[in-house]
Ligand binder design. Structure first.
Ligand code: UDP
Ligand code: MG
Length: 334
């Protein structure tokens, strides 16, 4: 293995129950990894439990650990983005903080990196979620792949490895509704999938409820596809065609059959159908307009309240991430 520096990027939100075990297992993986010095960048996404206390303690114990604390809860994808802004390694592995992604599989990803791949995305096999949720995931990834204009890998989450140049490209993308795994695919270079079994959460509750998952799915679709907008045109055209046929038939009925269509039913059906379609597509257009509005406000993606550990030492931060910090207008505290 070539000597190299590995970074782990881990967003965490109220994970006091999992954190000790997470620290133990990830540190063991880094201990056994050749090269170095490696690092773990935790982003505390505004936890309200004992997570910050445990993190501060970990920072004191292990110089490889950096803890970035956000000023409030910004959400998983944003916390992950913050973590990517602070990593300095030659390769970065993104991993969830709940041990659903086994840290012991990280060497498998690194092996692919050593073979020259820039992105190793983990494809989840044998998920442990309930059947209905797995069915939703299955459908969502296929819908995404069909709608997006470049190839998005199926069934892969954020767990994966990115080379430094991919991380730097992702940092350049300042969009607000972030779908990090999509951004990662978009960058290109040599990418490869690696099937790995997904475990159950070690402890605690999933931070995603159905509504949050729905929002996440919408962010993925609207950020990587304009097909829903185009669908408005297509359905509109089909509706006009249908209306034309009905018009032709009405004229025919009136003059040739000498019988007028009783009318009321047809009228009600077509009016309600068309107004439904109208509202639906107004909503879809609204989704895009809302996103454009978010972007033009160009607020920073997140606000940092403190950085402890390795990242606090500005000299050890890469030039790129410092520049990013300034250009994104982030407030960085002590
Ligand atoms: N997380 C976060 N901010 C949030 C929600 C979640 O940083 O607002 C973290 C969470 O602590 C975990 C990871 O993101 O490390 C994935 O969250 P979770 O396990 O709840 O999602 P799921 O695996 O159920 O999709
Ligand atoms: Mg999880």
């Amino acid at each position: 293995m070539r000597p190299f520096r590995l970074s782990l990027a881990i967003p965490i939100y109220n994970e006091e129950e999992v954190l000790p075990e997470l620290l133990r297992r990830t540190r063991t993986v880094l201990d056994e990894m050749p090269g170095g010095p490696h690092e773990i960048v935790f982003v505390d996404d505004g936890s309200s439990d004992r997570t910050p206390v445990l993190l501060a303690q970990a920072v004191r114990e292990d110089p490889r650990i950096c803890a970035v604390t956000l000023s409030r809860n910004f959400g998983h994808q944003t916390a992950l983005t913050a973590a990517l802004d602070y990593v300095t390694g030659d390769a970065t592995v993104v991993i969830d903080g709940d041990l659903q992604d086994p840290p012991e599989t990280i060497p498998l990803l690194v092996e692919k990196f050593q073979q020259g791949y820039d992105v190793v995305f983990v494809q989840r096999v044998k998920r442990k979620e309930p059947l209905w949720l797995r069915a939703c995931f299955w459908f969502f990834y296929r819908l995404m792949a069909a709608l997006s204009d470049f190839q998005l890998p199926l069934d892969s989450g954020d767990f994966g490895l990115m080379s430094r140049r991919v991380v730097e490209e992702v940092r350049q993308m300042k969009e607000h509704h972030r779908y990090v795994r999509g951004l990662r695919s978009w960058v290109g270079f040599r990418q490869i999938g690696l099937p790995i079994e997904r475990a159950e959460r070690l402890a605690g509750e999933s931070k995603y409820n159905v509504w949050k998952r729905f929002k996440g799915a919408a962010d993925g679709i609207f950020a990587f596809s304009v097909v829903p907008l185009r669908a408005a045109t297509m359905v509109g055209a089909a509706a006009i065609l249908l209306a034309l046929l009905v018009a032709v038939y009405s004229v025919y009925a009136k003059f040739m059959l000498r019988q007028t269509v009783p009318g009321w039913t047809g009228l009600m059906v077509s009016i309600s159908f068309l107004s439904g379609i109208n509202l639906l597509f107004l909503g879809i257009i609204g989704e895009y307009v809302g996103r454009i509005y978010e972007e033009i406000k160009s607020r920073p993606l997140y606000v940092v309240s403190s950085v402890a550990g390795r990242g606090a030492d500005a000299n050890s931060m890469s030039g790129e991430s410092q520049r990013f910090a300034v250009s994104a207008g982030k407030k960085t505290g002590s």
